[in-house]
Design a protein around this ligand. Structure first.
Ligand code: HXC
Length: 258
């Protein structure tokens, strides 16, 4: 059985991390296979959105502690780069990526979820950055992305205490957008994807680039970036279809993504 399962559901690619013996802990090979699954999603013109989830009781319970344990400073730096690059790739890839957090999302697992565009959690999920309890800190963006999502104070508390929080707490601090019953998680994630998939995908991708730009620029440059992206969409057939459809009273515009 493969440690990453790739399925197509309509215009959505569902990538399931499947290494349940270690609660889906991220080892070098698994990271490479997740990258291959993301390649498959990106190279398929018919895929508009991606869901990442896990099998069993974990989303991803962190990086593989066994694989990391013996490494020295140079070795772990190279290893950490794999996780950093994976998360940066998820964040900057053109397609929206939804984390369907089915269980434990800890350490490197939560860091991966933080790089996703939208997080939805099962009511049984538990999340945290336990690294300080292991004598280390996050190595794949946790200290950088968590404060941007939940705010500085809450992030410091989570990182310094290493405590796990439950799904309701995660919802209350804005770490996840929605909480569902465990059995409804995939339907909920797919429904969010469907709501995205029906829109003009050139617009959705431009929106992702523009929101990403808001993290890296001041508001003045960010608004210039947005205005340019907005204007560029007036070169597309979709803009004529979307606005023309509205003016003609059409309810369900079928975009060409051109
Ligand atoms: C390797 C892991 C693992 C991990 C669980 N396992 N998490 N193996 N790396 N991160 C293995 C266990 O050793 C065990 O193997 C099996 O999965 C089941 O786990 P249990 O502990 O028996 O399950 P449970 O009692 O339900 O406890 C679940 C848990 C606990 C609370 C999630 O497993 C846990 O605390 N795991 C570690 C979580 C963690 O610290 N993550 C951060 C890692 S550091 P056996 O063989 O005994 O069945 C990190 C740094 C990122 O992520 C840096 C990125 C560059």
């Amino acid at each position: 059985m493969s440690d990453v399962i790739f399925e197509k559901k309509g215009h959505t690619a569902v990538i399931t991390v499947n290494r349940p013996d270690t609660l889906n802990a991220l080892c070098e090979e698994l990271i490479s296979h997740i990258n291959s699954a993301l390649d498959a999603a990106e190279n398929d013109q018919d895929i508009f959105t991606v869901i990442i989830t896990g099998t069993g009781k974990a989303f991803i319970a962190g990086a593989d502690i066994g694989e990391m344990y013996e490494k020295d400073r140079e070795g772990i730096r190279k290893w950490a780069r794999l996780g950093c690059d994976l998360n940066a790739r998820i964040e900057s890839m053109s397609l929206p990526v939804i984390a369907a957090i089915n269980g434990y999302a800890l350490g490197g697992g939560l860091e991966l979820a933080l790089a996703c565009d939208i997080r939805i959690a099962s009511s049984t999920a538990r999340m945290g950055l336990p690294e300080t309890g292991l004598g280390v800190i996050c190595g794949a963006g946790g200290t950088q992305r968590l404060p941007r999502i939940v705010g500085d104070g809450i992030a410091r508390e989570m990182i310094f205490t290493a405590e796990k929080i439950d799904a309701q707490r995660a919802l209350s601090i804005g770490l996840v957008n929605r909480v569902t019953d465990p059995e409804a998680l995939m339907d909920e994630a797919l429904a969010v994807c469907e709501a995205i998939n029906k829109n003009g995908q050139l617009a959705v991708r431009a929106a992702k680039r523009a929101v990403n730009a808001s993290r890296d620029t001041d508001i003045h440059d960010g608004c210039i970036f947005e205005r340019e992206a907005f204007s560029s969409l007036f070169d597309t057939e979709d803009q004529k279809l979307g606005m023309g459809g509205f003016l003609a009273g059409e309810k369900n515009v079928r975009f060409k993504n051109k």
